[in-house]
Write a protein that binds this ligand. Structure first.
Ligand code: ADQ
Length: 744
C-alpha cells in the first residue's frame, strides 16, 4: 500500500493543483459575468424610472412616488427602489425594504455633489446587495433627487458555490479513478510477479524442488527467477554430493564429534532441515540496566546446553518462546534470526506469548503441574483448568508456527520436554508424514503418581502421536510403558519396547543425554580475570574449594547441601578455615511462589550458616546469586577440588558432566546424588542420598580425603564415559533411530 501511495501521490498532487487553479479561474470568470449582468440590469432599471421620478420630484407628488416604488415590490431579485429628495432624505421607499432607511449611505451625498450615477456593492444585514443610484436633474441641471434600485446578489454566491461543488465532485471521481487504475497497474506489473517469485522461493526454501512452478518470463523479474533457479540447481547437486561423502566418513570414524554428527545428519536428512522445538530459547536478548542496552545471553538450562551444539554443528531451525524483553528488536518480519549472533549457524524462530499465555502454560501447567508431578520432591502439583486450557492453546500456537516452516517431504521434528506433550499430535494431524521424536528431559514417575493428573489421557495421547519418546534412563522408560499400560487402552510390545495405540506404534527408548566435550576448551581472558578477582577477594589460595552450579530449584537439593556443609564443619572442625563452598546460583521461575520462597529460604540459611562458622576472616559459603555465562562458569570448574550435585531428583544433570569434562588433568572429585540420571552412568562419583545429612557430610570428607591416585582413577573413568557418550552420540542415536523407524 505504501508503495502504491508513493507511486500515485505525485500524480494526485499535480491533478489536485491543476483542479484548484482551473476551478479558481472558472469561478472568478463566472462571478465577473454574473455581476456584469446584474449591474447592467440595475443600470437599465434605474435609468428607466428617470423620467417618472423627475416628474414626481418636480411636483412633490408623494402618492405618485409611492406608486412608483411599490411597482418593484413583486420582483424576484430586485429588492426595492428608493426615491431621495435633493437633500438626500428618503422621499419614498418600497415598503418591504423599509429597513434600508436605517443604513448609513455616504455615497448619496457624493452623487448629489457629483451629479453622476453610481453602482456600489453594499453589506446590508447579513447579505450583500448591489445598488445603482442615478441623480434626477431638472432642465437647468439642478439636482431634484436620486432614484436608487437595489438588487440582492446572494444568487451570485449560490451559483458560485454550486460551481465549486461540481468541480470538487469531478476531482473526487477523478482521484478515485486514478487510484483504481494505479492499483490495477501496480498489481499487474509488480505485485503479481513478486508474489509468484515469493511463492517460488517458499517452495524452494521448503525443499519442494520438484514442484516448483516455472516463472521464466522475459521481463526483469523473470530473468531474476531464472538466475535463482540456476543457483538452486547447483545447491541441490552440491548437497547430494556432500551427503554421499558424509555417509562414507561416518563409517570410518569412531568417537562422535561435531563433524561426524554433521555428516550423519547430511547423510540421513539430505536436503531436509532438522526442526527443534523447545520452550526455552538458546539465545535470549535482554535489556541490561542501568545502561538499558540489549545483550544476548545463553539461558541457564540443561536443554539449551545439550541441544545448542547439535544445531550449531548441523544447522536447522529451532522454534522457541521469545522470552527476552529485547527479543523483538532482533528478529526479522518472520520472527527469525540467525544464531549464534556473531557466527550464524542455524535459524532461531521466536514464538511470542502474551502474559496470560506465559502464566497459564509455562508457570502454571508446566511448572506448577507437570514439573512437581514428575519430580519426587514432595512438592504438591497444582492442576488448574484455566492453566490447562492455556497450555493447550500455546501448544497449538507452537504447532502452527512449526507447520508454517515444514518442507513438503518427510520433515524431521525433535520436540523437547514436558512443555509440549500435545504438540506431536497437533503436528501429526496436519502432517502425518512428519517424523517426530519427543525427548523428556525430566524423570517420568510411576503410574500411581502420574495417575493423579486430571488430564492424563490427553497428555498420553498427545505424546503417543510421536514416533519416538526418549528418556534419559531405562527406569523412566519402564515407568512410562507401565503408565501407558495401566491408564490407556493400548498394547505394549516389551520386546520392541513400543506402545501400540489405535494402530499407531510409538517406540520408547533411553538416550542418556550429555554435553559437548569441547565445553572445557579454554575460557576467555575476561573469565580468568574474574576468577583471579574471586581468588583474591575470598583468599582462596590455600583453601579446599567445593562448587555447586545450578538454577535455584527445589529439585536441586540446595537446602540439603547447605545443611550437609554445616554438619560437615560441625563434625570435622579441622576443616574450618580450610574449606570453602562456592555456589553459582541462577534465579529461575521466580514468579512462582514456591520458587520465590525458596530464594529467601536459601538466603536466610546461607547467612545463618556463614554467621555460625564465621571467625572474623573466613566464612564457609560464597553464594553468588546470578546468571553466569558458560565462559564464566568454566574457570570455576577448573578451580574446584570437588563439585557437589545434590539433586533430590533429576532427569540427568549436566553440571556433573560439565565438571568432569573440565577436569583435564583428571584431578578433583564429584559428589553426586544417587537420584540423578547421571548417577547411573557415573558410578565412580561419590554417591550420596541428599536427604541423609549425616552421611552426606561424611561423604564430603571422604571425597576431600580420597588419595590422589584414587581420585585420578575415578575421574579418568568418568572422563572416558563423558567423552564417549557425548551430546553428538546422543543426537546421532536419536536421529538414527528416528530415521530408521520412520524411513525418512
Ligand atoms: P536443568 O534442570 O536445567 O535441565 P542441568 O542438566 O543441570 O539442569 O543443566 C543446567 C545447565 O545450566 C548447565 O549447563 C549449567 O552450566 C547451566 N547453569 C547452571 N547454573 C547456572 C548459572 N548460575 N548461570 C548460568 N548457567 C547455569 C533439565 C533436567 C536435567 C537434564 C537437562 C538436560 O532437569 O535433569 O540433565 O534438562 O536434559
Amino acid at each position: 500500500m505504501k508503495r502504491i501511495l508513493l507511486f500515485i501521490l505525485p500524480i494526485l498532487i499535480i491533478v489536485t493543483a491543476a483542479f484548484v487553479v482551473f476551478g479558481t479561474l472558472q469561478v472568478r470568470s463566472e462571478e465577473q459575468k454574473l455581476m456584469d449582468e446584474l449591474k447592467r440590469k440595475a443600470k437599465a432599471v434605474a435609468e428607466g424610472i428617470d423620467l417618472s421620478a423627475k416628474y414626481i420630484l418636480l411636483h412633490n407628488d408623494l402618492r405618485g412616488a409611492k406608486a412608483l416604488v411599490e411597482k418593484f415590490q413583486a420582483r424576484e431579485r430586485l429588492q426595492g427602489c428608493v426615491l431621495y429628495d435633493n437633500e438626500g432624505q428618503i422621499f419614498a421607499i418600497t415598503s418591504r425594504f423599509a429597513d434600508w432607511r436605517e443604513k448609513e449611505k455616504p455615497y448619496i451625498r457624493d452623487i448629489l455633489a457629483e451629479k453622476r450615477p453610481r453602482g456600489e456593492l453594499e453589506k446590508f444585514k447579513e447579505y450583500s446587495v448591489y445598488t445603482y443610484a442615478v441623480p434626477i436633474l431638472d432642465d437647468e441641471d439642478n439636482v431634484l433627487g436620486i432614484a436608487e434600485v437595489i438588487y440582492d446578489t446572494s444568487f451570485v454566491f449560490a451559483t458560485l458555490t454550486e460551481l465549486w461543488e461540481r468541480i470538487n465532485v469531478t476531482l473526487i471521481i477523478l482521484v478515485f479513478c486514478i487510484l483504481i487504475i494505479a492499483f490495477f497497474i501496480q498489481r499487474q506489473i509488480f505485485t503479481l510477479p513478486v508474489q509468484r517469485l515469493t511463492e517460488w522461493f517458499t517452495h524452494f526454501q521448503k525443499g519442494e524442488t520438484d514442484e516448483l512452478p516455472s516463472i521464466r518470463g522475459k521481463d526483469e523479474l523473470g530473468k531474476l527467477a531464472s538466475e535463482v533457479e540456476q543457483v538452486a540447481l547447483n545447491l541441490r547437486v552440491a548437497r547430494r554430493a556432500i551427503s554421499d561423502e558424509a555417509s562414507a566418513r561416518i563409517r570410518k570414524e569412531d568417537i562422535w564429534t561435531e563433524a561426524r554428527l554433521r555428516d550423519l545428519i547430511r547423510a540421513k536428512l539430505g536436503d531436509n532441515a532438522l526442526f527443534v522445538v523447545s520452550n526455552r530459547e538458546p539465545y535470549m536478548h535482554v535489556t541490561v540496566e542501568p545502561a538499558g542496552k540489549p545483550k544476548c545471553i545463553r539461558p541457564a538450562s540443561g536443554v539449551v546446553t545439550a541441544i545448542n551444539p547439535i544445531l550449531y554443528a548441523c544447522g536447522g531451525v529451532w522454534v522457541a518462546h521469545g522470552s527476552g524483553d529485547a527479543d523483538r528488536q532482533f528478529t526479522n518480519s518472520k520472527n527469525k534470526l540467525g544464531v549464534p549472533p556473531e557466527d550464524n549457524r542455524y535459524i532461531l524462530k521466536r514464538v511470542w506469548l502474551d502474559k496470560e499465555e506465559e502464566a497459564g502454560y509455562y508457570y502454571g501447567f508446566a511448572n506448577e503441574g507437570l514439573w512437581p508431578l514428575c519430580h519426587i520432591t514432595h512438592t504438591r502439583p497444582a492442576f488448574r483448568e484455566a492453566d490447562w486450557q492455556m497450555y493447550k492453546k500455546v501448544n497449538q500456537k507452537f504447532a502452527d508456527s512449526v507447520l508454517e516452516e515444514l518442507p513438503k517431504k518427510s520433515p524431521l521434528i525433535f520436540i523437547q520436554d514436558y512443555h509440549f506433550t500435545l504438540l506431536g499430535k497437533m503436528i501429526k494431524e496436519k502432517r502425518p508424514d512428519a517424523a517426530i521424536a519427543l525427548f523428556w528431559h525430566i524423570p517420568w514417575p510411576n503410574h500411581e503418581v502420574f495417575s493423579i493428573c486430571p488430564y492424563q489421557q490427553e497428555i498420553l495421547d498427545g505424546m503417543l502421536a510421536c514416533d519416538i519418546i526418549g528418556f534419559h534412563v531405562p527406569y523412566h522408560c519402564n515407568n512410562f510403558l507401565e503408565t501407558a499400560n495401566r491408564l490407556l487402552e493400548c498394547r505394549i510390545d516389551t520386546e520392541k519396547s513400543s506402545i501400540i495405540r489405535s494402530g499407531k506404534e510409538t517406540f520408547i527408548r533411553s538416550f542418556p543425554i550429555s554435553i559437548d566435550t569441547h565445553f572445557s576448551d579454554k575460557a576467555s581472558a575476561e573469565s580468568q580475570d574474574y576468577i583471579n578477582t574471586i581468588r583474591g577477594e575470598y583468599a582462596l589460595n590455600d583453601k579446599i574449594i567445593a562448587l555447586g552450579v545450578e538454577r535455584i530449584d527445589y529439585t536441586k537439593g540446595i537446602i540439603e547441601r547447605v545443611l550437609a556443609i554445616d554438619r560437615f564443619l560441625e563434625k570435622y572442625p579441622q576443616y574450618r578455615n580450610k574449606f570453602v563452598f562456592i555456589h553459582l546460583a541462577a534465579p529461575s521461575r521466580t514468579h512462582i511462589k514456591r520458587y520465590h520462597d525458596l530464594v529467601s529460604e536459601i538466603d536466610e540459611l546461607v547467612e545463618r550458616i556463614n554467621w555460625k562458622h564465621f571467625d572474623g576472616a573466613w566464612k564457609p559459603i560464597i553464594y553468588l546469586k546470578r546468571h553466569f555465562s558458560a565462559d564464566e562458569i568454566k574457570p570455576f570448574y577448573a578451580l574446584a577440588d570437588l563439585c557437589i550435585v545434590s539433586s533430590l531428583h533429576d532427569g540427568m544433570n549436566l553440571v556433573a558432566k560439565e565438571y568432569i569434562s573440565a577436569r583435564k588433568d583428571s584431578s578433583g572429585a564429584l559428589v553426586l546424588s544417587r537420584f540423578t540420571g547421571a548417577a547411573r552412568e557415573l558410578t565412580d562419583a561419590v554417591q550420596i542420598n541428599p536427604y541423609a545429612i549425616e552421611d552426606f557430610a561424611d561423604k564430603i570428607k571422604f571425597a576431600i580425603e580420597m588419595p590422589p591416585d584414587e581420585k585420578q582413577r575415578r575421574m579418568r573413568n568418568m572422563r572416558d564415559i563423558v567423552r564417549e557418550n557425548n551430546i553428538y552420540r546422543w543426537a546421532a542415536s536419536i536421529i538414527t533411530e528416528l530415521t530408521a523407524l520412520t524411513k525418512v
